[in-house]
Design a protein around this ligand. Structure first.
Ligand code: MRU
Length: 372
């Protein structure tokens, strides 16, 4: 974990009792402010408002949330249910909540008593947090080795989408952990950061992490990606995933599919990077992945329903941001899209690389992985 920075997530004993404390990602990059959640509804709100976001850290949040419920004497089954369903697409959220719930239940069944069961739940959540940090290191190793095979010669220009770094992880992240390893090896020429409309996870969060790491980076409007490929400026695309189905289809931040099509058209490797816990063998194919639909105001007000949208002269919309559309405009706002496996060059996980991406390859990885 990066100690010098405000921790992304932690479980803390405060004078008023235990809490899950989050770095509020809705306030970045303007300010590093922590959000204290002392109960499960507050944590569910933080998850839904994207104060904490990104698949792996959602799993950690789900786990700590269940541990918090156990420590405070709330209904643990209800807490696990609320947390597991706070957002529907990222499979890690339910995985984290259910795993810690199972540890708690097993402790209760063994007759150790409520206080010990709560301690066991917290230990499980902490273990999950630590495992994710370790997974991140292995992902970075596998991913950077793969890139040197796919694009030999260094001097890489990598395009990424959304945010997949330390803000989404117990460690350095997924796709961005690979980029950071490439950068440390002196092999990164430029990181192209897709802004990631409507909530700007790329422009706000990935740019923040790229600057923090001292990378050469440029932010581009999502619509500029096509001309960047056409100009021959992209050597590889690296993205994360919210859920990978058994057939290798990948749900990730909306806009990912368009990048995969562009990469395929231009013969550029398109690499998905995720911990093995993001693979959901129970979802057979991409069509079985539930894609979260979000509020219209995220699109009709821009660019973020926060400080940027509320400056002098801004017309303030119902979400608190400045309206950019005529009053009453409808919006299409899926949070994610699904990329078919045929467009994915490789899936990099902490347990190894699947390439080509087939049902058989995914099944084989899962069969040898303790995380799945
Ligand atoms: O809506 P978000 O910000 O939670 O979406 C996050 C993403 O789509 C990430 O790319 C994904 O969770 C992978 S993070 C390692």
């Amino acid at each position: 974990m990066a100690d010098e920075c405000v921790p992304v997530i932690r479980y803390k004993e405060l004078p008023e009792g235990p809490a899950v404390v989050l770095l509020d990602q809705t306030r970045l990059p303007a300010e590093e402010v922590e959000l204290v959640c002392t109960d499960v509804p507050a944590l569910v709100d933080a998850i839904r408002s994207l104060a904490v976001r990104g698949a792996p850290v959602l799993g950690i949040a789900g786990g700590y949330g269940v541990a918090l419920a156990a420590a405070r004497g709330f209904d643990v089954a209800d807490a696990a249910e609320q947390l597991a369903h706070a957002r529907p697409t990222a499979v890690n959220l339910a995985y984290g909540a259910r795993r810690v719930e199972a540890a708690y239940r097993a402790a209760v069944r063994s007759g150790v008593g409520e206080a010990h069961a709560a301690a066991r739940a917290l230990a499980e959540a902490r273990a999950l947090h630590q495992e994710d940090a370790e997974a991140s290191d292995r992902i970075a190793e596998y991913g950077s080795a793969l890139l040197s095979e796919l694009v030999p010669g260094g001097g890489l220009r990598i395009l990424t989408h959304c945010n997949t770094g330390r803000l989404v992880s117990g460690g350095e992240g997924t796709a961005l952990a690979v980029v950071k390893a490439v950068h440390r090896a002196g092999e990164l020429r430029r990181l192209w950061v897709g802004e990631t409309r409507p909530l700007l996870q790329g422009a706000r969060l990935t740019a923040y992490e790229a600057a923090e790491a001292g990378m050469a980076y440029s932010v581009l409007a999502d619509g500029a990606a096509g001309s960047l490929f056409a100009a021959g400026e992209v050597d590889a695309v690296l993205v994360g995933a919210d859920r990978i189905a058994a057939d290798g289809s990948v749900a990730n931040k909306v806009g990912t599919y368009a990048l995969a099509v562009l990469a395929g058209h231009h013969g550029v490797p398109f690499v998905v990077v995720a911990p093995v816990t993001t693979i959901d063998p129970d979802t057979e194919s991409g069509s079985g992945i539930e894609v979260e639909q979000r509020a219209a105001h995220e699109v009709t007000e821009g660019p973020w329903a926060g400080p940027m949208g509320t400056g002098p002269g801004a017309g303030v919309g119902p979400g608190g941001g400045s309206a950019v559309t005529p009053v009453g405009a409808h919006a299409y706002n899926p949070a994610f899209d699904v990329t078919p496996s045929a467009l994915v060059t490789a899936v990099v996980t902490d347990e190894g690389v699947v390439s080509p991406v087939t049902s058989g390859g995914i099944a084989e990885l899962c069969s040898t992985s303790p995380g799945r």
